[in-house]
Write a protein that binds this ligand. Structure first.
Ligand SMILES: Cc1ncc(COP(=O)(O)O)c(C=O)c1O
Length: 497
């Protein structure tokens, strides 16, 4: 492991608390290492130490030596990494490493050895057994019994339609666009906030994505703004059920009907979500799912197209298999693709579908606990929840109001990371990104505001309620620290102002 650069963490004993607060933002690990004139470490200072000092009437002009913690734990530069790690624990999150003269030369952090991922797959059911079965049977490519089983399990979970496995969520979307005849010269309406694949596939089909702002309640495409984006070239709308919350599909379908547009539901993040009691995916012409490892179920990589239109499924099946005729071997009806899923991936999918109800049930408990705890914190906005929607919370996502919370989204994320808790910012708006115009397409205010404030918290299928509790406690602690500091800054400002 390379040594860390501690230059932004080290301050002399006489530096002020105000200087320490500024350094805390720049340095690593949320700690200041206080050194004497010879560079010898004499104490350690955290946000919490500053807050406690200020509560005891210290001033921001006081020296760090008055507030620092003198009885800190440190590691010896001559010890091994394993020995350093063994010194970390629930009370020791950052271990400064000192040389023979007690000068800080490195730091080992709790976050390096313990990490709560924002999401990770749960593969402890029949996943291994079914994959081994594929290998034993030598059906490892895209033929074999698990493909049909996975598709059938999917259809029965959705409660209708037909399903076809694909190699990814992206290829599912591309296949849908091509099968619906969308190509050069056409426009497809896409929400401004989604993962880039939703727009990329439109471009790869030769068409143009036209972005529409999102709705502040559902975070999904704002139906009231769709009509203004319709032109004679518009061929389809791609509603994206973002982070597990369905779009207002009645409104989307009404516009589609009025202008004779196709509707491709991007359900990559919404397996199990419901719109007015119907599962997302079967409301539009075609629904496209992703089984990337961070999704509600995973097949490693993989995807699925679903539709109630059997002819469309048939056409997608041909396009997916090189455009070959089902009747005549090696006879290409059109230039198709190889977008097939392997039997081994489908085996994972079958095992995952056996557990989907458990996954969704657990998510409900996780969401209930997050909502109960975080709902009490002024400045944290809870995830979207329209009355007609079942949000499956692919990623439990909050908004951070800096004015009310006393800390902005990015700082909250980095402070959580220091504690080993991973988060993700909400997707940046597409219209601002180099691939799609770098901001030349105008302003999308709701999307821009959400992108500045939205934060996704850990939401794995296997996350325990204790882990959720830990995330909430950590947020509460960070907020208390930051608010106390902010309050103190304000009163100091009033005194001097
Ligand atoms: C909204 C959305 N659309 C499309 C995709 C693409 O899916 P995949 O990664 O399986 O290609 C993803 C996920 O990665 C996604 O989140």
């Amino acid at each position: 492991m390379d040594k860390k650069d501690l230059s932004d963490n080290i301050l002399p004993l006489t530096a002020t608390l105000e200087a320490a607060m500024r350094q805390l933002d720049k340095g690593i690990g949320g700690v200041i290492l206080c050194v004497d004139l010879t560079g010898k470490m004499q104490g350690m200072l955290t946000d919490g130490d500053i807050r406690r000092a200020l509560l005891k009437d210290a001033s921001l002009n006081d020296a760090v030596q008055d507030a620092m913690n003198r009885s800190f734990v440190s590691g010896n530069a001559s010890a091994t990494r394993a020995e350093h790690i063994s010194q970390l624990g629930s009370n020791i999150r950052q271990l400064p490493i000192l040389d023979a003269e007690d000068r800080p030369v490195d730091m080992v952090s709790w976050a390096e050895i313990w990490r709560m991922p924002v999401t990770e797959p749960s593969l402890g059911g029949n996943e291994m057994k079914y994959v081994v079965d594929c290998i034993d049977s030598v059906w490892v490519s895209s033929q074999g019994g698990y493909i049909d089983k996975f598709q059938q399990a999917f259809v029965s979970f959705l409660g209708g339609g037909d399903a076809l496995c694909t190699s990814s969520g992206t290829t599912a979307l591309h296949l849908a666009l091509i099968a619906l005849g969308i190509g050069p010269g056409d426009e497809v309406i896409v929400p401004d906030i989604t993962f880039g694949a939703s727009a990329n596939v439109v471009i790869h089909a030769g068409a143009t994505p036209v972005f529409v702002d999102i709705d502040s309640v559902t975070w999904t495409i704002d139906p009231e703004k769709i009509e203004a984006a319709v032109t004679p070239k518009t061929k389809a709308i791609m509603p994206v059920h973002l982070y597990g919350h369905p779009c207002d599909m009645d409104a989307v379908m009404a516009i589609a009907e009025k202008y004779q547009l196709k509707v491709i539901e991007d359900c990559a993040e919404s397996l199990g979500a419901e719109y007015k009691g119907d599962k997302a995916g079967l409301v539009g012409d075609v629904g496209c799912f992703s089984f990337f490892a961070n999704k509600v179920i995973t097949t490693g990589e993989g995807g699925m197209v679903v539709s109630k239109n059997a002819a469309l499924i048939e056409r997608m099946a041909i396009l997916r298999d090189h455009g070959m005729s089902k009747q005549r071997r090696y006879w290409h009806l059109e230039a198709g693709y190889n977008y097939r899923m392997t039997n081994m991936q489908a085996a994972l999918g079958v095992a995952q579908m056996e557990r989907i109800s458990d996954f969704l049930c657990r998510r409900e408990k996780v969401v209930e606990l997050y909502n109960r705890r975080l709902g009490k914190i002024k400045g944290i906005g809870l995830p979207p929840a329209a009355k007609w929607a079942k949000n499956i919370h692919w990623l439990y996502s909050i908004t951070v109001d800096k004015e009310q919370l006393g800390i902005d989204r990015d700082r909250l994320a980095s402070r959580l990371m220091e504690e080993g808790i991973e988060t993700r910012p909400v997707f940046p708006p597409l219209h601002l990104q180099p691939a799609y115009g770098s901001g030349r397409l105008g302003r999308f205010m709701v999307a821009e505001q959400l992108a500045d404030r939205g934060l996704c918290l850990p939401t794995s299928n296997g996350i325990s309620l204790d882990d959720v509790d830990r995330v909430c406690v950590t947020i509460e602690k960070i907020v208390v620290d930051e608010r106390a500091l902010q309050q103190h800054r304000d009163t100091q400002g009033m005194k001097t102002g």
